[in-house]
Design a protein around this ligand. Sequence first.
Ligand SMILES: Nc1ncnc2c1ncn2[C@@H]1O[C@H](COP(=O)(O)OP(=O)(O)OP(=O)(O)O)[C@@H](O)[C@H]1O
Ligand SMILES: [Mg+2]
Length: 429
Amino acid sequence: MNWLSKLIGRGEPEYDAGAGTMVFGGAEPRIAGSSSDLPSFRNPAGRITRRFARAGAQDARALIRDAFTPSQPVNERAMFAGRRNLLENLIVAIEDQRLHFVLYGDRGIGKTSILHVLSDLAADADYLVCYISCGDRMSFTDFARRIAQRIPLLYHGDYAPGSVEIEKGMHLADILPQGDIDVSTFGETLGKLSDRRILMLLDEFDRVETDEFRRSIAELIKTLSDRAAPAQVVIAGVAPDLAELIAQIPSIRRNVLGVLVPNMSDEEVGEMLAIAERRTGLTFGEEARELIELASLGLPYLVGLVAQHAALLATDRGEMAIGKGDVREAIRKSRTELSGRIAARTLHAIARASQGDQLIELGKLAHAALRAGGVLAEEMVPLAVREAAGGKPVGAELLEPIEGDPLGRWHFVDDGASIYIWLSALCAE
Ligand SMILES: Nc1ncnc2c1ncn2[C@@H]1O[C@H](COP(=O)(O)OP(=O)(O)OP(=O)(O)O)[C@@H](O)[C@H]1O
Ligand SMILES: [Mg+2]
């Protein structure tokens, strides 16, 4: 038994070439009902108010889905676990240091959830918060107009209270020029704001494909800093470091703080589970909790995914207590669920690694990447892979050097591959 299979272990995965997915042996719990029944939604889509203890089986499932939302960021303060130090540091950076900052970290580490809570806290302190989720084709003009639509002209120094424009309820967007908006025009306009600080949150920044937009945001940060404008920019995205996110603009480094979102500690994972326990009335046994801590590697996405499956399995058995067995099975189910979201090419490569007895080695690499914000130091990548990227050795098509990374680090090509490999390694014997 190796270090992974001691954790959990049963059965090799089989590759189902037809379906393009990996399938584990062992029966999946069946949904009650005759085979001729058409499928139906099992949960009402309305708001859930009753607690699990008083709810029927249907509502119990809905409650669990409401308590763990692996596919959605946290939208409610009550659902947000941990991250106290990080939030405190961010608040100091905004309030005292008046810095702009880049919040970066691997997929599913909780960047958007942090931005949501931060925006809530900032709104409580009377900041005018503008949250924008970037798209791949985002232009600076789109960005500027969207922000300006949220800022009442009341806060523009050139417009006195009681003026016609303010009485009409006009916004900054109404005084921006037609057509394209350049950085200096927008920066100048923001520089004229008074009596209210503006916090601009730019999420999913890594999705932006044009360098021009990145460069414009960097220039805007520089302009706002130089003018001491009451407006700050917070950027969030997946990036191994700032250099990749803000395209090589040294002039703004002094004004921008880079903040890596770390993996959660065991206490923080425990807090996530405790919130879910309070919401549902279910309980995680000690061993179940430990296994979730271990298997999730402190990734909140993985905590939510595994814990949700485990909770559903327990309720299917009519139990309120979630045991280690439920978590084990939940890891398998999570893995199967993830296989549907990974490119067939990647699944083939992982299946090859499993057949070639190298899944555990690959699992170790995935483990290292998941613990380190999605990146691997060059020396961690096996020499055969480094020398033959794109060639035959197992893993060669799964890993690639990070483009332009000054440290020469590597990462998994496919976004979801590291989590899927890690779960596969956990399940393998
Ligand atoms: N502090 C937290 N407390 C509770 N749940 C959290 C927390 N942070 C993240 N989560 C959960 O983890 C999952 C991923 O979070 P989120 O979407 O915020 O991550 P992300 O870093 O923005 O991901 P992506 O890179 O895909 O945009 C979500 O299901 C969210 O509910
Ligand atoms: Mg996000």
